[in-house]
Design a protein around this ligand. Structure first.
Ligand SMILES: [Zn+2]
Length: 126
């Protein structure tokens, strides 16, 4: 928009007063938006600071627990622990790490996969 205004200022001197008024309003609007943005970010920081630290610790613990369970499952299946072979952009496996791509962890396989197969055989009729 600034380029258009600059062009008009050069090529349409008759519009000069209107263009100057527009620039004045526009620059004030930008300052107001900057101020609003700063106020919003200040409120965000204040809100973050009001969240008790134990909530972040709880979240960290939940994330760590989920990561542990994810890795345990991936290793039991011999799958990529980053994507389970679902992401061809994965830096670890390039999407090849589907279950069985890697040698499964035999202890985790016995702990997680074999009981699932046994249960599956008991409950599913062919
Ligand atoms: Zn992967």
């Amino acid at each position: 928009m600034k380029e258009i205004v600059d062009f008009l200022k050069v090529n349409r001197p008759d519009l000069q007063p209107m263009l100057e008024a527009w620039e004045s309003i526009y620059s004030q609007k930008e300052e107001d938006e900057d101020l609003e943005s700063k106020i919003e970010m200040t409120q965000v920081y204040e809100n973050i600071n009001n969240i008790p630290v134990h909530h972040f610790n709880d979240l960290n613990n939940k994330i760590a627990n989920l990561e542990y369970l994810n890795n345990k499952m991936a290793y039991s299946l011999g799958a990529c622990d980053k994507c389970l072979g679902e992401n061809e952009d994965c830096t670890d496996c390039q999407g090849l790490g589907v279950p069985g791509y890697y040698k499964p962890d035999i202890n985790l396989f016995k702990e997680l996969v074999i009981p699932a197969i046994r249960q599956f055989k008991r409950t599913i009729k062919y």
